[in-house]
Design a protein around this ligand. Structure first.
Ligand code: AMP
Ligand code: MG
Length: 537
């Protein structure tokens, strides 16, 4: 490492935009200094995007940043320097409430997370830097505020995978092992502790607004909602009713997000309202998993005993959460007429289903190689401050021939029934279809052949069909963090070998491109049928 890399100050100035906008919803708080911090993984590409030199992040000052050891102005502390007292800290702990498994919880947290601050990245977008597992905060309900290495690496892998698949998501900048052993969540073996350094468009959750609505004076609710508009949906300001328009935009962003999860076979696992971000990014990947065999009722989380957050329930649950969000907006939508507010919010939420079905049909068309009409111009779409990127999975839009899209949807529904009835791997099927090898997956291929003929009819022929077929390889991944492979990699990490996690991260970062030496990561692996995850979020 060069001397410059050791001594150069970080290029980035951290801000506390959120705390300045809504001081009532966070407290200054200093992260615990970790015992022996060591980088378990650094996301070099994301570091550069944020304006940090990866080499600098390896230095003592970089590690101080990544563990929240900042002075009262947000500058990394020199080794041995005294940290500010908690009430003078630059960093903050955010409070929120939420509905957990359908039940309101007046105060959830954040009990183990510290917001380092926000910065403007090299693309001009404002991003939060946040630590999870950095010790208990004053808004903790209970618990030690620590996090185990396995679940933090899991969140990092899942975030990278979803990002590479073109899906809005929070991401990990780094996972830092703290050098501590923490009590096990199951069994008797202590687990290595870790901090996840998370990057997000913001940490505004439905549960954040619920907290303000349930506990604080009216101006705070308005302030946090105004902050959400400024930060994620500034175009809503121009609408006749900005709060109603915010609801529409958040609802459309969620419809698009969940449609993309469904197309990929992704199961979030804990879609509580505190785990739904107003930015439209997926957040808090705990007991999440990807389907192997396609199954609408698939549940992988040990805590989801009733199957509320089963794969097939996700579109409906997102709408349920949006309804809770809408309730927090009612006094602002029409302050003088509660009935008119309810009516307007209900009408807005009625748009969710159509938007979801449209996004799902378009994404499915991309996966099946069926041409669809071009997407609506960007001005028509929900603006958000998530970094701009093209989605290879679901070019979301609201235009297109409705009959054509309806026919695609019907074909898709038929396909999913077929996959489920013959216990076919979700991701494996779409890739095999891309590679012209799907028939051999079916024990009884005749219904598939009939379905395939309908696909060919819908696809048609000509240049549009040819290019849709050629684009299938960029819509149907080879490498996703399959349950068995991810679990095996996390077990190795627990035992001190990080190589399998790094290899999996490499694989999922370029999910569409087959590379030598990664064949074992393509399929579901053995023994994943009854996979269950015990991760907290
Ligand atoms: P989650 O289930 O992770 O979405 O978390 C719900 C709330 O529980 C969040 O505010 C967390 O910060 C909090 N929480 C989870 N684990 C711990 C822990 N070990 N110590 C303190 N708070 C925790
Ligand atoms: Mg959470």
């Amino acid at each position: 490492m060069t001397r410059d890399a050791m001594t150069a100050p970080p290029r980035q100035q951290l801000h506390q935009t959120y705390a300045a906008a809504v001081p009532e919803l966070s407290v200054p708080w200093q992260a615990d200094p970790p015992a022996r911090p060591e980088l378990a993984w650094l996301n070099e590409q994301l570091a550069r995007e944020l304006g940090y030199e990866p080499q600098w992040l390896h230095s003592p000052a970089g590690l101080a940043l990544l563990t929240g050891q900042l002075d009262a102005t947000g500058v990394p502390l020199a080794p041995g320097a005294e940290a500010p007292a908690d009430d003078e800290a630059f960093t903050t702990a955010q409070v929120y409430a939420g509905h957990q498994f359908g039940t309101p919880n007046p105060q959830l947290g954040d009990g183990r997370a510290v917001l380092l601050g926000d910065l403007i990245d090299t693309c001009g977008a404002r991003r939060d830097l946040h630590l999870k597992g950095s010790g208990p905060t004053p808004v903790a309900r209970a618990g030690d505020g620590k996090a185990p290495l396995g679940p933090m690496l899991r969140e990092a892998v899942v975030g990278e995978s979803l990002h590479a698949l073109g899906i809005p998501t929070t991401r990990a900048l780094a996972v830092v092992a703290t050098g501590e052993q923490i009590p096990p969540r199951q069994g008797v073996t202590p687990e290595p502790g870790a901090i996840l350094v998370r990057v997000a468009a913001s940490h505004l959750r439905v549960g954040t607004v619920e907290y303000a609505a349930w506990h604080l004076a009216e101006p705070v609710r308005t302030a946090v909602i105004d902050h959400a508009i400024d930060r994620h949906h500034p175009a809503a300001r121009e609408a006749e009713n900005p709060y109603l328009d915010l609801l529409r935009r958040v609802s459309e962003a969620q419809a698009e997000l969940v449609a993309q999860w469904m197309l990929l076979g992704f199961v979030h696992g804990v879609m509580n309202t505190d785990n739904m971000a107003l930015s439209g990014e997926g957040i808090d990947y705990g007991p999440c998993a990807f389907l192997d065999v396609h199954r609408a009722a698939a549940v992988f989380s040990s805590i989801d005993r009733g199957g509320r957050y089963a794969y097939g329930n996700q579109p409906g649950i997102a709408l349920w959460n949006l309804s809770r969000f809408a309730e927090t907006l009612l006094p602002l939508i029409d302050p003088d007429d509660p009935d008119a507010s309810v009516e307007a919010a209900t009408a807005t939420l009625e748009g969710y289903e159509g938007h979801y079905l449209d996004a799902w049909a378009r994404g499915l068309a991309a996966k099946l190689g069926i041409p669809v009409d071009p997407a609506a111009p960007p001005g028509e779409r929900a603006a958000s401050h998530i970094e701009p990127r093209s989605s290879p999975v679901a070019p979301a839009a609201s235009s297109g021939d409705p009959d054509h899209l309806a026919a695609i949807r019907a074909l898709g529904e038929e396909l999913l029934e077929l996959l489920e009835s013959q216990a076919i791997d979700h991701t494996g099927f779409f890739r095999a279809l891309t590679e012209g090898a799907a028939t051999s997956l079916f024990t009884d291929p005749s219904p598939f052949r009939a379905w395939h003929q309908r696909l060919l009819d819908l696809r048609g022929s000509g240049p549009a069909a040819d290019s849709a077929v050629a684009a299938m390889a960029g819509a149907n991944p080879l490498y996703i963090p399959r349950n068995v492979h991810l679990d095996a990699a996390l077990r190795s990490a627990h035992l001190g070998d990080l190589e399998p996690v790094h290899r999996l991260l490499e694989a999922v970062a370029r999910p569409f491109e087959r590379r030598p030496g990664l064949a074992d990561l393509e399929g579901p692996g053995d023994g994943g049928e009854d996979f269950l995850t015990f991760c907290g979020t």
